[in-house]
Design a protein around this ligand. Structure first.
Ligand code: SF4
Ligand code: MSK
Length: 662
């Protein structure tokens, strides 16, 4: 069968990406889009039906083969493959958190002098959660105690991880009754991996149960800790103005792309880029200065706090280098394609790995060390500047959109209620009244097997039209940023009448950028506070809300989906279903989990079906709570957005619209 090679317009909905895919074809440069066309996914692995957990296999359970050599059934193999993916995803977030906790410790002990406590208020709040005495104590002492207490959570001998206490009471009870409360972050990952060894846990339901517990150690553990410590060290995000898409690269400047997930080095690069000496050095090489831009979640971290522009999301990492305008791409951990190496080789770009955990053959390795962070950041920038004179022909597509990111749950609380009476009450009231029909979190990646950004654009615009507030993180957030959904003006243009009124009253965009992958924990906190605020039931499962990762590709996305479902949310994943090989596993994750924990995880391939099911769920939750049926005709009769409409009317009609009479 001839392979279908997509045109650039079929491969991406982003005009900047389309332009660069055409450029790639002209220059005969291979990208992940072309490789996705070339490589036909293994149909057995795609359904979760291939087991290679021991040397008696690999066993491919297809046709008449319904058991592996060891006798493992299809249900066991599919559940085990899923469990392994969740364990890896959770491990990634948890290990990220460990590195941050170690940086906090080094900073508190004065061993990492370039790091400061930028949010002492949050430090005190989080320290209290950990039972640390804060009254009358030095910030440094509190930070040290918090770092040590946090590090102890990874391998504590017994007990419960601290953050589960942030969940609504009812949710905590459910978890305790079911034995789902994580004991220690690392413990749950190791336990789950152990179970998947040959001849161990061979009951699909039991494997999926521990998958939930392991994922909870991520969402209400590693990810939440990573978010908190990042805020403590680098500041809790509040709205800033920035721009998104490859048009943020500058023809006249040294362009440095920061890519991956960890903010520790990238924050130092942001500081170093403002060093007058380095700016002078850039000028000495013929550039106007140093321009930073981000890809993936390192981008989201520095965007949320420093306003560093977004160059693009996951599928744009190779394309950024294809502009010919990137002097260095500095990467840390997660979602970094090895395909960057051959593309960087075609240009003057230096690909620099920095994490002790990540080396890529063919890239330069400059290992990050928090004890001399700024010095390393400067060294990296100097290398980038040295590449500027080697720059050849450039091709920067002129596309960029403004955005207002920075919606931490603390800021949302403040925006809704003010400094002295911060509260989720106005949001709950808007949902109760029906101005806001419900909330959707569209998060997660891109996947070259799905037209780039298409699902994100489609589902988000449909939800906005239907008065559903959208919150986003990760690469989904970057998609909406590029599309222009993240400005307050977007509410006037796209949002339904009720949502528009709310956005206008508070002055927020209809799509809230809440941060990086680990910041999905912020969404858990918001949901938890909404449930506790009253009027929307008493648990996350009661809220008219849906989570989704419409273009997911990573194992982290599966961990996130699992902890959201285990927290009571309905979660929909777009594209491929990795458990489609077993009807039993599908049933366990949907009906089974819904009965057990109130949330469920479903894989739905089509974008319009995702929207339909999400809205159906939101309306059902509204009905269960006894809230009025969604009726958009009740809203939209107030607000600034009508001013232009009224001014455009002929005089007589204008007077009538304003005064209600001729
Ligand atoms: Fe085959 Fe069982 Fe070994 Fe898996 S664990 S590869 S199913 S023999
Ligand atoms: S970066 S995990 S592609 S969201 Fe967090 Fe994007 Fe998915 Fe990586």
């Amino acid at each position: 069968m001839a392979k279908k090679v997509r045109t650039p317009e079929e491969a991406s909905r982003d005009p900047a990406a389309v332009a660069l895919l055409k450029r790639a074809a002209e220059l005969e440069v291979e990208t992940c889009f072309a490789r996705a066309d070339e490589i036909v996914p293994c149909p057995i692995g795609a359904e979760g039906l291939c087991c290679r957990n021991c040397a008696m296999g690999p066993c491919r359970l297809v046709g008449k083969t319904d058991r592996g050599v060891c006798g493992a059934t299809i249900d066991t193999v599919v559940a085990r493959n899923f469990a392994r993916a969740v364990a890896v995803g959770a491990a990634s977030h948890i290990d990220h958190a460990r590195d941050l906790a170690r940086t906090l410790l080094a900073a508190a002990e004065g061993k990492a002098p370039d790091y400061k406590i930028r949010d002492p208020y949050k430090l005190v709040e989080v320290a209290k959660d950990f039972g640390i005495k804060t009254d009358g104590r030095e910030i440094g002492e509190i930070a040290r105690d918090l770092a040590l207490a946090a590090l102890a959570e990874f391998g504590q001998i017994e007990g419960e991880v601290v953050y589960v206490r942030r969940a609504p009471q009812k949710r905590q009870q459910i978890w305790r009754q079911l034995g789902l409360v994580p004991r220690a972050y690392d413990w749950e990952v190791v336990d789950l991996l152990h179970r998947t060894h040959i001849g161990n846990d061979q009951d699909a339901e039991h494997l999926l149960h521990q998958s939930m517990r392991c994922a909870l150690a991520d969402g209400w553990g590693g990810s939440m800790l990573a978010t908190d410590i990042t805020d403590i060290l680098f500041g809790t995000p509040a709205p800033v103005l920035s721009e998104a898409n490859l048009g943020v690269l500058r023809e006249d400047m040294v362009n440095v792309i920061i890519h991956g997930h960890e903010p520790t080095l990238s924050e130092m690069i942001v500081a170093a880029a403002q060093d007058p000496e380095l700016i002078e050095y850039a000028k000495s090489k013929g550039a106007e200065g140093i321009n930073l831009a981000g890809i993936c979640c390192t981008a989201n971290e520095t965007l949320m706090r420093e306003g560093v522009p977004l160059a693009g999301n996951f599928l744009q990492q190779e394309l950024a280098i294809l502009t010919g305008a990137v002097e260095a791409m500095v990467v840390d951990v997660q979602c970094i394609m090895e395909g960057l190496v051959p593309i960087a080789d075609r240009f003057h770009t230096e690909l620099i790995t920095t994490s002790p955990k990540v080396r890529i053959a063919g890239a330069t390795h400059i290992e990050f060390d928090e004890h001399r962070a700024l010095e390393i950041a400067k060294e990296i920038l100097r290398r980038a500047i040295d590449r500027f004179p080697e720059r050849g022909e450039t091709f920067i597509p002129d596309y960029r959109s403004p955005l207002v990111p920075g919606f931490s749950h603390e800021y949302i609380d403040y925006a809704l209620g003010g400094y002295y009476r911060g509260s989720f009450r106005p949001l709950n009231d808007a949902i109760i009244a029906g101005r806001i029909r419900g909330v959707v979190a569209d998060i997660g990646c891109n996947n070259p097997r799905i037209c780039h950004d298409e699902y994100h654009y489609y589902v988000v615009s449909e939800f906005l039209k239907n008065d559903i507030l959208v919150v986003q993180t990760g690469c989904g957030a970057i998609a909406s940023a590029k599309k222009g959904f993240m400005t307050p003006e977007a509410a006037l243009e796209i949002a339904g009448p009720g949502l528009r009124e709310v956005c206008e009253a508070i002055g927020i965009p209809p799509v809230l950028h809440m941060g990086a992958c680990v910041d999905n924990s912020r969404i858990l906190t918001v949901l938890s506070q909404m449930a506790t605020e009253g009027g929307l039931g008493e648990d996350i499962a009661d809220i008219p809300a849906v989570g989704m990762a419409t273009e997911w590709m990573s194992e982290k996305a599966l961990a996130i989906a699992t902890y959201c479902a285990a927290s009571g949310a309905y979660v929909i994943m777009g594209g491929r279903n990795p458990v489609s090989g077993s009807e039993t596993v599908i049933r366990l994750m949907t009906e089974g989990w819904e009965k057990k924990v109130g949330g469920k995880l479903e894989f739905i391939a089509e974008a319009d079906e995702i929207v339909r099911k999400a809205i159906e769920h939101i309306d059902k939750k509204r009905a269960d709570l006894g809230l009025p049926e969604y009726d958009p005709s009740k809203w939209g009769k107030s607000g600034d957005w009508r001013i232009q409409e009224v001014l455009d009317l002929p005089f007589e009609e204008r007077i009538q619209a304003i005064y209600g009479k001729k």
